[in-house]
Design a protein around this ligand. Structure first.
Ligand code: MSP
Length: 509
């Protein structure tokens, strides 16, 4: 059967630096969505990679006395290794220095040029090297780059230009008829008002450095790094190489990005695509930024958070969970040790962990390690099942709209009704009194836990598997289908439920 397709991307990361918590955040978010779509029975293509060209890389390499290629070959492993450690389930990885990518970039550049949307001109303005961006006098903030607040250089060079100004109206019409093209809404509004101000033609080539893809009709120029980088989203799914694969995944369902790179994705990129007669992506979701213990993260402050260290201290799934439980996806957040410890001990060890161990212990003790078909039901038991369904529906609605925070809230609401159900129905009393409702209550709790593990799976894949193991399910949660798992059912196909070590151990702050 032909499965529904879903295509999700992360930005491709600059390789002049090692990955930090900000990179991890975007990539984990994409992984959560990719895993969620898989349990919703989609065939997912999940692309990430590295952005290896540009002046920054050229300069970083020359400082170290090596070639940019050598620098890239060395630094790319920082990302590949971290993604492994964080259990990132990407299906594609692209480096912009790959041959397949050079071909695509040159092909597109030439096609757009032949169409008349790229022309040769001269450019002079303020250029910020770290941001690889030109700014007008008017855009500078007190003479500084408006994005990173560093001092820009005055640059003048012959340059190819993309006729972005010709696309102002078309892009506005597109935005008008696709209100969910850019999410969250605040970012949509930001972009729309920027475009309403009118677009200027965009310089898409450089002659001031060498490390990049050559402009096909003029080897003195290299292609502007953002033109090169954005195109990765086409190369990564086989553009020019495997048309069938490309057609089956394009238009991309979502480009996940940070709010700092919104303009490139939401303004330039759709216009490049329109010029190529390729449909724009369906959505662009821009998330917020993390500060560290209340401060902007920066090398000079020495507070850059190394994800390896966090994972070693707190655990992979704990880290993944924390990032999306702490802050609504889309807003800015603050990372602090206190906050992560609080979430682990409160939400995971106390609320969720206790629920798992109480349930497992009781099935083991009162029912000899097996759940039973429910025998006697009352209104409270029926209501429990109805409530659970309500939370699952809420969860799905939130996940479909990138509402990770709300989706997790639905899970915790479910955890709290389950904990209350145990307290009020007191299975130990039912056991003591030989009441047949015991089998119903334990059946309900077992089902609730099984479903919860599936709902948490996109966030904490390893912990979810541990929960399935603990409640005797023999299959892998990786292969679960939410549609099959979201309903209550009875099965004899489980292994004996025995005592377990805590799945969410408490940690010392
Ligand atoms: N190479 C470009 C992207 C090209 S995509 C066609 C780039 N790379 S980057 O390595 O600088 O940043 C990639 C991502 O990391 C961005 O989405 C950015 O928002 C994110 N973050 C970097 N620092 C961050 C925080 N402090 N907090 C959250 N995310 C942040 O831009």
């Amino acid at each position: 059967m032909n499965k529904k397709k879903y295509y999700i991307t992360t930005p491709i990361y600059y390789i002049n630096d090692v990955p930090h918590i900000g990179h991890a955040y975007t990539t984990i978010a994409a992984d959560i969505m990719a895993r969620y779509k898989r349990i919703c029975d989609y065939e997912v293509f999940f692309l990430t990679g590295t952005d290896e060209h540009g002046q920054k890389v050229e300069q970083a390499a020359s400082k170290q006395g090596i070639t940019p290629r050598e620098l890239a070959d060395r630094m790319v492993y920082g990302f590949i290794d971290l993604w492994k450690k964080l259990n990132i389930s990407n299906t594609g990885f692209i480096r912009t220095t790959e041959e397949r990518h050079r071909k695509v970039v040159q092909y597109i550049f030439k096609k757009v040029f032949e169409k008349g949307d790229i022309y040769l001109g001269e450019y002079e303005d303020w250029y910020c090297i770290p941001c690889e961006s030109y700014f007008t006098e008017f855009q500078l903030k007190d003479g500084k780059c408006p994005d990173c607040l560093r001092t820009p250089d005055r640059l003048k060079e012959e340059s190819y230009f993309f006729r972005l100004s010709d696309y102002t109206e078309r892009l506005l019409e597109y935005l008008e008829s696709h209100k969910d093209f850019i999410m969250p809404e605040i970012r949509y509004n930001e972009v729309t008002s920027f475009v309403r101000g009118g677009l200027r033609d965009l310089s898409v080539s450089r002659t001031s450095f060498q490390w990049g893809i050559k402009v096909p009709m003029n080897e003195r120029h290299v292609v502007y790094v953002w033109f090169d980088a954005l195109t990765n989203y086409l190369t990564g799914i086989g553009y020019l190489e495997d048309d069938e694969h490309f057609q089956s995944f394009w238009p991309c369902d979502v480009h996940l990005i940070g709010k700092d790179i919104l303009r490139f994705h939401a303004v330039y990129w759709p216009c490049f695509l329109m010029s190529m007669d390729i449909e724009p992506p369906r959505h662009i979701f821009a998330h917020g930024w993390w500060t560290i213990e209340g401060q902007k993260m920066s090398k000079s402050l020495g507070n850059v958070v190394d994800p390896h260290e966090i994972v070693e201290t707190y655990g992979v799934d704990e880290f993944r969970f924390f990032l999306f439980r702490e802050v609504p996806f889309g807003l800015d957040g603050d990372f602090s040790k206190n906050a992560i410890v609080g979430r682990i001990n409160g939400d995971l060890a106390n609320d969720f962990g206790n629920l798992v161990s109480r349930t497992v212990t009781m099935v083991n003790k009162f029912l000899k390690g097996k759940i039973e078909r429910p025998k006697k039901k009352n209104g409270i038991d029926e209501n429990f099942e109805i409530e659970t369904k309500k939370y699952v529906d809420e969860y799905k609605k939130s996940m479909d709209a990138f509402g990770f925070y709300k989706a997790l809230q639905s899970c915790f609401d479910m955890i709290s009704i389950m904990n209350r159900y145990i307290d009020s129905e007191a299975p130990w009393r039912l056991h003591r009194d030989g009441d047949e409702r015991l089998s119903t209550v334990m059946y309900n709790l077992w089902n609730g836990l099984r479903i919860l593990a599936v709902l948490f799976y996109p966030f904490m894949p390893e912990k979810s598997q541990k929960i399935w193991d603990a409640i005797g399910i023999k299959s892998s949660v990786d292969k679960a289908s939410l549609e099959d798992e979201e309903n209550f059912y009875y099965t004899e196909e489980i292994s004996e439920i025995t005592k377990i070590a805590p799945i969410f151990p408490r940690i010392e702050g």
